[in-house]
Design a protein around this ligand. Structure first.
Ligand code: GLC
Length: 674
């Protein structure tokens, strides 16, 4: 059951698709303090809190303070408060069980037993929010009700589930051709190459640098013949430059955000001084979305939207002001305290939160300060593209994902987990974010495999790829000036070929489970706590996940480990795929097990009386035979059925009807169509 409580007058976020009637009773569980703008509830010692989408720390979010305030956060670690996205949905499980969605476009703080170890407090920046309280039979039931309320998750084309190679540093067409050549020569699977900002003419959105990429349409067509899609980046900020059509037209029509005095707001991002499309205005949103046509017309079928928190390095005013303040220190004999004070002034210029108070949107003719609707920006940039693709590509699905998001955006695109680091701890963080993001509707998600910032190592890329083969978005991406981390930069080519190939072997299962999860408002990745709520051990497991109906994953995330401890909440069969092409199948009882896992082994577990449809692989998704699948099985004294979903992978005809084949497994493990 969902109850809706209205506080003040919320600025519409368009997140909730089916709004229940407003409840007249008092909001349960929480004490409300209107003056302090807080909702407070005691947490019992055994209460657990799940959700909040993209955030640091555990699957159980208890024990930290999280702020929903979309922020460019390339240095995130355990003490980070706010990430690229703002996902205000959580579930409390314990003495009470309920879900809570704070439908609110501004900044929210979730203090989950941080200030007081026995208290959860939620604080808004102004008291204009719709709060939804959801009760149900189980956590999964609550999540399902929430997801039904916010609408169906985005489903990209099937090729987008293939492996993608990316790097900030592919500067020319020949760089791109080289990546493809190396993968193909080594017999490695690959489905996409990502184009980072250097493909553009001076970082101008929707342009192509003619010297470096003389004929993008030709390149895109040629690569498609090899099964490769090019996926260019689009940044939120539009370069301020006379004669650049997107800038000129947007200025003429008034489609950019404005300052208080009504003049266009200017901030510096990659292109230098830039304007920010007012994607919160329906008209400007439609206009910005239509710009993607310039690339669609050149055969491009996928995009990643970036810098859309929006990231603003500085404004000219703030730069002036900072220079002035800092210059006051010139000639003074600084003690350490004043030195650090000066450094503080200098550093506060970059991504200054104050900047968000300095510009405005035009929402249905009303001028609204950006700060009050801050978290909606990345969502609406992606919505602009998603809505436009509905018009410009009515038959074909287009790949789209975004760095910043807020719940609601899950209907238009996926999200990646931002600029992570080549750290083992970020490999584990990738795993932990998956179920929290799924709760919020983000099913098409993944992290930069190998880590974006910092120099990586071969074993980290290998182990991270072993997790990546299970995540819908599977992309190796790294930053300029870091160690190159395409898999061919390393030593063990057989190992990498084996691990990458396993993705294509598993695709029938992953695609089937993922589309069914999207269509039925289910989670693809679930913490064990959600599937085995009565098992006291399982509810505390933070490094294993259920994947779809029949699988559990437990990747290795520690350097130099050759195995790990795994807790089995029931009898399962362990599958180990070795790089020499052999595989082991071992049935293990409920309980703790040490599971060996050599650096190039792929391991996962299949639940008792379950089956996993697999293919014989391929070098790209187009080569995978989704129609004639084989099964990995664990017959365990019973029979079972599997509803296998498949479709053409490309058109918008994505529905259960007509796309399900039922398979039945008998007690001996023989599988036939039911
Ligand atoms: C941002 C993005 C990153 C990209 C870089 C350059 O940091 O998050 O993925 O490579 O910008 O465009």
């Amino acid at each position: 059951m969902i109850r809706r409580y209205v506080f003040g007058h919320m600025i519409e976020t368009d997140t909730v698709q089916v709004k229940p009637a407003v409840s007249e009773d008092r909001i349960p569980y929480f004490a409300v303090d209107v003056e302090k703008m807080t909702f407070t509830m005691p947490l019992g010692p055994d209460d657990r809190v799940y959700g909040l989408g993209e955030n640091v720390r555990g699957i159980n979010k208890r024990g930290w303070i999280y702020r929903s305030c979309a922020t460019d956060q390339p240095y995130h670690q355990e003490d980070t408060l706010q990430m690229y996205s703002a996902h205000n949905f959580l579930v409390v499980e314990g003495a009470n069980r309920f879900g809570l969605f704070v439908d609110y476009p501004g900044i929210v703080t979730f203090d989950i037993a941080y200030t007081d170890i026995n208290t959860m407090q939620i604080r808004l920046s102004d008291f204009n929010a719709d709060i939804y309280v959801i009760t149900g039979d189980s956590i999964l039931d609550i999540v399902r009700q929430f997801r039904q309320m916010i609408g169906q998750s985005y489903i990209p084309p099937r090729w987008a589930m293939g492996f993608g190679q990316s790097r900030w540093g592919y500067v020319t067409e020949s760089d791109v051709r080289n990546v493809v050549r190396r993968y193909r020569e080594l017999g490695m699977p690959l489905d996409s190459v990502y184009l980072d900002i250097d493909y553009m003419d001076h970082y101008k959105d929707f342009t192509v640098d003619k010297e470096r990429f003389p004929d993008l349409a030709k390149l895109s067509a040629e690569l498609k013949e090899q099964g490769i899609h090019l996926v260019p980046i689009i940044d939120a900020a539009v370069k301020l430059e006379d004669g650049y059509s997107v800038c000129d037209e947007g200025l003429e029509k008034g489609y950019f955000c404005t300052r208080e005095d009504g003049e266009p707001f200017v901030g510096a991002v990659w292109p230098g001084l830039s304007l920010f499309p007012d994607v919160l205005s329906a008209e400007a949103r439609a206009w910005f979305g239509n710009q993607y046509r310039a690339l669609l017309d050149q055969g491009i079928e996928g995009f990643w939207n970036d810098m859309n928190e929006p990231a603003i390095f500085y404004t000219e005013e703030r730069l002036e002001d900072t220079l002035e303040k800092v210059s006051e220190y010139r000639g003074k004999k600084l003690d350490l305290q004043s030195f650090w004070k000066m450094m503080g002034i200098w550093n506060s210029m970059h991504h200054s939160p104050g900047t968000y108070r300095e510009f405005y949107h035009n929402i249905d003719g009303k001028r609204v300060c950006h700060e009050t609707v801050h978290n909606l920006y990345g969502y609406n940039m992606t919505r602009a593209a998603g809505e436009a693709f509905g018009r410009l590509s009515p038959d074909k699905r287009i790949l789209l994902f975004s760095r910043s998001s807020c719940i609601g955006m899950h209907r238009y695109g996926g999200t990646w987990m931002g600029d992570n680091r080549s750290w083992w701890s970020h490999l584990l963080l990738n795993l932990k974010m998956l179920p929290s993001l799924n709760m919020c509707g983000f099913l098409f998600t993944g992290a930069d495999i190998g880590g974006f910032n910092n120099d990586t190592t071969e074993d980290l890329v290998m182990r991270w790829t072993e997790l990546g083969i299970f995540t819908p978005l599977m992309r190796n991406h790294s930053a300029l000036r870091t160690r190159e981390q395409e898999v061919y930069q390393f030593t063990d080519m057989d190992g990498f070929r084996h691990v990458l190939s396993m993705r294509y072997v598993l695709l029938p299962y992953i695609y089937s489970e993922w589309v069914k999860a999207a269509l039925c408002d289910e989670m693809l990745f679930r913490p064990l706590a959600f599937d085995y709520p009565e098992d006291e051990r399982a509810v505390r497991i933070e490094d294993q996940l259920m994947l779809g109906d029949g699988m559990m994953i437990a990747p290795v995330y520690e350097q130099n480990a050759v195995g790990r401890m795994v807790y089995l909440p029931e009898r399962m069969k362990l599958f180990t795929f070795h790089k020499d092409g052999t595989r082991d199948e071992v049935v293990l009882e409920k309980g703790d097990h040490y599971v060996p896992c050599a650096l190039t082994d792929v391991i996962f577990f299949v639940r008792s009386n379950h089956m996993i449809p697999v293919s014989s692989g391929g070098h790209c998704v187009a080569e995978v035979d989704f129609d004639h699948v084989q099964f990995l099985t664990f017959p365990d004294g019973g029979s079972s059925e599997y509803e296998y979903y498949t479709d053409d992978g490309l058109t918008r005809d994505v529905k259960l009807d007509g796309h399900i084949t039922k398979y039945r497994m008998d007690a001996a493990g023989a599988v036939c169509t039911a």
